[in-house]
Design a protein around this ligand. Structure first.
Ligand SMILES: Nc1ncnc2c1ncn2[C@@H]1O[C@H](COP(=O)(O)OP(=O)(O)OP(=O)(O)O)[C@@H](O)[C@H]1O
Length: 574
């Protein structure tokens, strides 16, 4: 064996210690690594071995590195006096370990870059479209207009309040005006536009059948609706009563996010007779208003921003472009990721429960609403013991993730919601790209028993990366499904990081870290240019940077590269 050959063998050996754990004492760790890769699913197994290493991977690598060092010194003692060939092998082996050290150092730098960027972007809090207001805790504080929506638990009305005029910029947004692609002019405005201007709020009046009429009982029975409520949504005394006297009446609440509805005020009041009540929901009225009505006298009112339409209504009128569609899917993922981080599962995601408005460029902004079925446990766990049929699995059965839909109650059974909403985003993405939702009647797949190969193809106009993300989101096995964060990262990289990805492998993240620094600078600069910071794209970019974690990013890169490899292989085979 030539010295050159020996060096390359030594390098290989050094790498092998870290990659495969071939040596005896490394076997146990290597087995763990392999088991993790196995759990991650077949695509992971067939992809580059390092592409999907789990988060414990740094620990393994560090252990293997220690092991390699021990072996190196033991080997050196044994072979120090050996032949030049043996010494060359061990020298090169040391070099291999050096490479690992280099990689660890790179990782450390990339991780700290991510943390620094995260810290910068977490400082900027999401801005409410309204000037802060201090009143509005009584129904009499509002003028109610027409009914704007109705579900199975509530009716929603447009509303205005003298005490809280919208900020100037918020006044400019209108459905019709932007849909027609006009720049704002003094031309007569449509009814929708006037309605939004004159009634900037929407008030949701819950229907109260069984909760009784005391405020505490109402708040307790409808507590999930308060999950997106701001810190001053309830009157101070109410907050104190419900917290002190009845531990657990108030649920945990999520912090503000551009893609999650904000409830500005929540209060109880006597049920009024509102337009359409007698015709549309007579049975839920109290006997005071309808002698045959079954409703209680008081109920819960929630004050929100008035949005021009739901996602479903919007998609009935128009099909978004491929870029807009991608941005819409991304917003849903960002919203879901935010909820997951705060320990909340929505459990009733569907296009009627997503509200929509437009930014000043006419790009749809999506907001996840209606938290009536959500899971928000005080310990932030997304796991729910499922020991009886009385435990609610959530809303809309058609869009219930397979692991939830197929669960059977029993001793020790736990429903895991950590990726359930992400699955629903996969299904809704079909609607966004102009297709039927595969889990609705027209297509007829059932989340309980569909096979992934039965999923209908998406239109070829949908970018390949986006198609791949949607397929991954609809994986039956949650262990093979990316989290909302990883799926969102994939779309971010696909939209804005193409160049950085072009020469990227899935392990060394330095190049990507450099791109992240540039991207941060661009986003910060854009933010200084005034109103452009309120645009959907800018909000998304900030969300991405505020949630940067090296491991999530690495997993996203791994998935993306694997997806691209697969689609290239398909093209070549055709
Ligand atoms: N903030 C809002 N702005 C504009 N419209 C709204 C708003 N909130 C709700 N709506 C409209 O009211 C409808 C019913 O609202 P929501 O889904 O919250 O009621 P629900 O009774 O809880 O629904 P579900 O039947 O899904 O339980 C929505 O589909 C939407 O059309």
């Amino acid at each position: 064996m030539s010295v050159k050959h020996a060096i390359s063998r030594g390098l290989e050996l050094g790498r092998s210690v870290f990659q495969l754990g071939l040596l005896k004492s490394g076997g146990r760790l290597a087995a763990k690594l392999r088991a993790d890769r196995f759990r991650a699913g077949p695509s992971v197994r067939t992809a580059q071995p390092q592409a999907f290493l789990p988060s414990r991977y740094r620990y393994y690598r560090t252990s293997l590195k220690g092991l390699a060092a021990q072996l190196q010194s033991a080997g050196f003692r044994r072979f120090a006096g050996g032949s030049p060939r043996n010494r060359a092998v061990f020298l090169a082996f040391g070099l291999g370990v050096g490479l690992i050290e280099q990689q660890l150092e790179d990782d450390r730098k990339s991780a700290s870059t991510c943390q620094e960027i995260q810290a910068v972007f977490r400082k900027k809090k999401f801005q409410s479209p309204f000037k802060p207001f201090t009143s509005g805790y009584k129904l009499e504080d509002y003028i109610l207009g027409n009914q704007i929506g109705k579900g199975s638990n509530a009716a929603v009305y447009e509303a205005a309040a003298q005490f809280a005029p919208p900020k100037q910029s918020a006044r400019k947004c209108s459905l019709v005006q932007i849909k027609e692609g006009e720049v704002e002019t003094e031309a007569p405005r449509s009814l929708t536009c006037c309605s939004l201007r004159n009634f900037p709020f929407a008030i949701k009046m819950m229907w109260n059948f069984g909760a009784g009429s005391s405020s505490e009982a109402i708040l307790k029975s409808m507590s999930q609706e308060l999950v997106p409520a701001g810190p001053h949504a309830l009157k101070q005394e109410k907050e104190e009563i419900t917290l002190d006297g009845h531990f657990g009446v108030l649920p945990k609440r999520v912090s503000a996010h551009p893609n999650v509805i904000r409830v500005y005020r929540a209060f109880t009041a006597d049920v009024p007779l509102l337009p359409g009540a007698q015709e549309e929901y007579p049975d839920v009225l109290p006997p005071r208003l309808n002698p045959t009505g079954l409703g209680n006298n008081r109920t819960l009112f929630l004050v929100m921003k008035n949005y021009p339409c739901t996602l479903r209504q919007y998609l009935e009128m128009s099909t978004p472009s491929r870029r807009q569609g991608t941005l819409m899917v991304l917003q849903l993922l960002e919203g879901i990721d935010h909820l997951c981080r705060e320990g909340v599962a929505h459990r009733d995601l569907k296009s009627d429960n997503v509200l929509l408005e437009f930014d000043s460029d006419g790009c749809p902004r999506l907001v996840i609403s209606d938290f009536g079925c959500c899971l928000a446990q005080s310990d932030s766990s997304l796991q729910l013991p499922f020991n009886s049929i009385w435990v609610s699995k959530g809303g809309n059965a058609s869009l219930m993730a397979p692991e939830v839909a197929t669960a059977v109650p029993g001793c020790g059974v736990v429903l895991d919601y950590s990726k359930a909403d992400a699955w629903a985003v996969g299904a809704i993405s079909y609607e966004i790209f102009g297709q039927q939702n595969p889990f609705y009647r027209a297509v007829g797949l059932e989340s309980r028993n569909y096979q992934e190969k039965q999923l209908p193809p998406l239109p070829s106009s949908v970018p390949a990366d986006v198609q791949f993300v949607i397929r991954l989101l609809l994986r039956r096995n949650p262990n093979k499904r990316p989290t909302a964060r990883v799926a969102a990262n994939m779309l971010h990289l696909s939209l804005w990081g193409r160049k950085a990805l072009a020469n990227q492998d899935s392990v060394g993240m330095r190049k990507l870290a450099d791109w992240l620094l540039c991207q941060s600078a661009v986003v910060l600069l854009k933010g200084c240019q005034g109103p452009s910071g309120n645009k959907v794209e800018a909000e998304l970019q900030r969300s991405f940077l505020a949630n940067l974690e090296l491991e999530d990013l690495r997993t996203a890169v791994g998935f993306l590269l694997y997806g691209r490899e697969q689609s290239q292989a398909c093209v070549l085979s055709v």
